[in-house]
Write a protein that binds this ligand. Structure first.
Ligand SMILES: Cc1cc2nc3c(=O)[nH]c(=O)nc-3n(C[C@H](O)[C@H](O)[C@H](O)COP(=O)(O)OP(=O)(O)OC[C@H]3O[C@@H](n4cnc5c(N)ncnc54)[C@H](O)[C@@H]3O)c2cc1C
Length: 500
């Protein structure tokens, strides 16, 4: 049997933060990644690297981004994102279901955790491209999400792997953790399947950070409900709920919103799983500036209910519920310059037309008559006297429709018109394991399981119904760091004979 002080299962952001934090305490750390090296990094690698963090003004941002120039500071209104704003967002978005202890830790430790990541080699930059609009010559940031890792998700993961290598952390690829080894004193190791062989790896403590069950069609249908087997997976094919299953098998408590998940509008013709060459490019997040219609040609959701960050993660479910599980996003010339970069990728399902009638004919699988009637009544309901402003919730709405649009309502009347076909793309699942404030996994009686820690997507209790954009990575880093720290302390105590 191989022996390590801390074994970390998974090699995404949460796992690598756990491994780096554990290693700081001088213990021997092994990371198990079931993917081959070329596909390492989990969902974290597919991200844009957007991270929600508390900052009380540009001086805080300059600590996270020391190369922020005076010119950049003068050319942008970064605003602030206070702890109170972060708490408000987490409460409102999760309908006040979020576990208050986890929320407290996430918010209070977001800034210092990202400063710590800097010491491990991660670099941050302002998220100009996706989170700011130019208003009167100045970038104005919106939606509480201002910072991304340099190089996006791939840059983040590369920096963390480089940090792991520099710090002498061992990584095994194509090494799948299959079961946890537990006795009366708690978890003492992992059964690993590697190169066709089953091996036991002993550990002073284990951190499970191997993602949710979004890539497991059977579990999706079982826990999220009928139809979810049909969703496309936005990211890695390796997050199949194994970490959750292994922990439940040794007595862990299930926790959180097991029927809930993060899911978005995603290109209708995207592949079954994420494609690392395209990353998050299949998403289509500019719907607040247009309308979405279903197979009947009808709108089915308030596209402008809030800033994109606060609605995108729940609208995938709404699209899945439409006939045929698809929708078309429709824009006219007035707003196409506002569309995000992902609308200009090569692998896009797009049609253009010079008249609404031509567009109606080109929207595959949509009833043209229903669509033309819908646009007519929508256009008539737009309150055009309220000025349009994409950088604020402008209140430019429709009135009198069955489903009104609350902000950014423009008539669809200036050619050329553009349509983009989307379906539901699942990002990650919300249900998982229950942890305490040290990221120690709790058993079904609410007691900490010795030697077992958890971080990242598989932690339950953080997200319910919806999700504020950029929180997944921050939560993985915050709880990963805590888990790694606590696991290394537990391993040392065990080694010195203090416990079990
Ligand atoms: C397209 C896309 C865009 C996103 N954009 C953002 C964003 O900009 N900002 C943000 O905050 N969040 C974003 N997210 C969400 C974010 O990716 C997740 O919240 C976060 O990356 C989860 O990190 P993690 O470490 O828990 O899991 P992951 O990064 O998925 O890592 C899990 C790892 O575990 C491994 N694994 C699984 N099972 C086993 C096993 N049995 N044995 C060994 N290894 C195993 C997997 O191979 C993987 O490496 C996005 C997600 C996607 C898919």
């Amino acid at each position: 049997m191989e022996e390590y002080d801390v074994v970390v299962v998974g090699a995404g952001n949460a796992a690598l933060c756990a491994a780096l934090a554990a290693r700081e305490n001088g213990v021997r750390v092994l990371v198990l990644e079931c993917a081959p090296k070329e596909e390492r990094g989990g969902n974290s690698r597919f991200t844009a690297g957007g991270m929600r963090v508390v900052y009380n003004g540009v001086d805080d941002l300059a600590k996270l981004i020391p190369d922020l120039s005076d010119e950049e500071k003068a050319g942008a209104d970064f605003g602030i994102y206070s702890a109170d704003q972060f708490f408000d967002d987490l409460g409102r978005i999760t309908q006040y279901r979020i576990n208050p202890d986890l929320a407290e830790i996430l918010v209070r430790r977001s800034f210092d955790t990202m400063m710590w990541m800097r010491t491990k080699g991660v670099r941050f930059v302002p998220m100009y491209g996706r989170q700011a609009f130019k208003v009167e010559g100045k970038f104005k940031f919106w939606g509480g999400l201002t910072v991304e890792s340099w190089g996006g998700g791939p840059g983040l993961v590369d920096a963390l792997f480089a940090g792991a290598e520099r710090n002498g952390i061992e990584v095994w690829y194509e090494a799948r953790a299959c079961e946890l080894l537990r006795d009366d004193d708690g978890v003492k190791g992992v059964v690993v399947r590697r190169e066709g062989k089953t091996i036991m790896v002993g550990a002073g403590a284990v951190v499970v950070a191997c993602g949710g069950f979004e890539a497991n069609a059977e579990w999706r249908a079982r826990y999220l409900g009928p139809g979810w087997d049909l969703a496309k997976v936005r990211g890695t094919r390796f997050n199949t709920g194994e970490g959750i299953r292994m922990a439940l098998n040794v007595g862990a408590m299930s926790y959180g919103n097991w029927s809930g998940c993060h899911a978005v509008g995603w290109d209708r013709n995207a592949p079954e799983f994420g494609d690392l060459r395209v990353g998050d490019g299949f998403q289509k997040h500019s719907y607040p500036f247009g309308v979405m219609v279903n197979a009947r040609g009808r709108r089915f959701v308030d596209e402008g209910a809030d800033f994109r960050n606060y609605t995108y993660a729940k609208y995938g479910r709404v699209i899945l519920e439409q006939p045929g599980q698809f929708a078309w996003q429709v824009f006219d010339r007035k707003v196409t310059h506002l569309l995000r970069d992902e609308y200009r990728i090569k692998q896009v399902t797009k049609v253009t037309a010079n008249t609404l009638e031509e567009l109606a004919r080109k929207l595959d699988d949509v009833d043209p008559k229903g669509f033309l009637e819908e646009i007519k009544s929508y256009n008539a309901a737009v309150q055009a006297d309220i000025p349009f402003n994409p950088a604020i919730k402008d209140g430019r709405c429709t009135r009198g429709l069955a489903i009104d649009k609350t902000n950014w309502a423009n008539k669809i009347d200036e050619p050329p018109f553009e349509g983009y076909a989307v379906t539901c793309g699942i990002t990650f699942t919300f249900g998982g394991l229950r942890i305490d404030n040290n990221a120690n996994v709790l058993d079904t009686d609410g007691r900490p399981i010795g030697g077992l820690y958890a971080a990242g997507e598989l932690v339950g209790g953080l997200f319910y119904f919806n999700y504020p954009g950029g929180t997944g990575l921050t939560s993985g880093s915050v709880f990963g760091r805590i888990a790694g720290n606590a696991a290394s302390r537990a391993a040392r105590e065990r080694a010195s004979g203090a416990v079990g």
